[in-house]
Design a protein around this ligand. Sequence first.
Ligand SMILES: NC(=O)C1=CN([C@@H]2O[C@H](COP(=O)(O)OP(=O)(O)OC[C@H]3O[C@@H](n4cnc5c(N)ncnc54)[C@H](OP(=O)(O)O)[C@@H]3O)[C@@H](O)[C@H]2O)C=CC1
Ligand SMILES: CC(C)CCC[C@@H](C)[C@H]1CC[C@H]2C3=CC[C@H]4[C@H](C)C(=O)CC[C@]4(C)[C@H]3CC[C@]12C
Length: 348
Amino acid sequence: MERVVLVTGASGGVGLALCQRLLAEDGRIHLCIACRNAQKSEATRDLILAAHPAAQVSTVEVDLGNLASVLRVARELRCRFQRLDFVYLNAGIMPNPHVNFKALWHGLLTGRVLHMLTTAEGIMTQTDRLNGDGLQEVFATNLFGHFILVRLRMKIKPSVWWLMWVRQLESLLCGNEKPSRLIWTSSSNARESAFSLSDYQHAKGQESYSSSKYATDLTSVVLNRKFNKQGLYSSVVCPGLVMSNMTYRILPVFLWKLLMPIMWLIRFFAKTYTLTPYNGAEAHVWLFKQKPEYLDALVKYHSCTSGLGKSYVEPRKINVDEEIAEKFYQKLLELEKETLERYSDLLD
Ligand SMILES: NC(=O)C1=CN([C@@H]2O[C@H](COP(=O)(O)OP(=O)(O)OC[C@H]3O[C@@H](n4cnc5c(N)ncnc54)[C@H](OP(=O)(O)O)[C@@H]3O)[C@@H](O)[C@H]2O)C=CC1
Ligand SMILES: CC(C)CCC[C@@H](C)[C@H]1CC[C@H]2C3=CC[C@H]4[C@H](C)C(=O)CC[C@]4(C)[C@H]3CC[C@]12C
């Protein structure tokens, strides 16, 4: 039976490169691309089909920062597919990024320069805002929308979800002859110090992106603990520093182009300077080929590129406290219950 692969954030950057690379790996998959609107879906589908004319590519439209939209797409996916083999939870935003050039300059003179240039620790902030659902936009888009989407592969109403979820996952995402996989695009910018259980949506700070990615790492760890036995496996990856619409909002394109020779040089020392979406998708594609039983739930898989341009994957331990992860997961479940009560008409 053909494998069904869903990719969110497929319209550009790492997501689009990933779609192209997955089809190059295995032309028999059914690829379902999730984009924000029909126009983007069609344009993306055409691009993919131009390179892979025989591929099976379908589309769904979802705004991950809008719960009603997530609920609608979940319903559509449930009608269309019996199971999903791979779900790449890749869409992400970093709104209103701000680089602290003074801190960057000082950092260049310290021994932690490579750490700073690969994690952006201490030099990047963002301004977040509330979305239409009353959630912090970055948390909602990067994590919570995806979380709800995955959870809504189930057909149970929220009031009885708590008891029924595992069983439903068993029938839809697991329990078949092959396990199902969730692969989250996290980041090396994910940092424990940017995350707080008491403000897990990051309403108060200025590092909403870092917090959302750390929250993603925590979520993946707990999903593994709870659902591996049922055949559901979750992994986190970092694509490295990639030139995409996201980075073009941090500095203008012309400046990145001017900086390119410097970044190629930096790449001899900082292997996560993958720079292209194609290289950035290396870890995602590598995971597609691995048996999940052999993967470490406490590892983030980093796409890397050597100074001479050779791509490879480097596993690195993630810094998570499993107790905090569990507490956070319970908070996600509470938030899910609270928010979905408003949308009972969209739950079947
Ligand atoms: N670029 C980098 O250096 C790094 C990126 N990452 C992560 O990689 C992932 C991909 O980013 P990248 O390819 O670089 O950036 P892009 O901005 O090119 O891609 C982001 C994708 O997410 C989609 N998206 C954004 N918001 C929503 C939403 N509300 N609903 C549905 N889709 C949405 C975008 O759609 P649309 O076209 O409609 O905007 C786009 O397809 C992100 O999760 C990012 O955090 C991690 C580490 C480094
Ligand atoms: C000579 C150049 C490298 C100078 C560029 C300075 C800054 C604009 C960038 C330096 C480090 C960059 C980043 C590091 C980590 C990325 C992270 C993994 C991610 O998920 C999103 C993008 C980054 C934060 C990225 C952003 C630009 C830098 C801060």
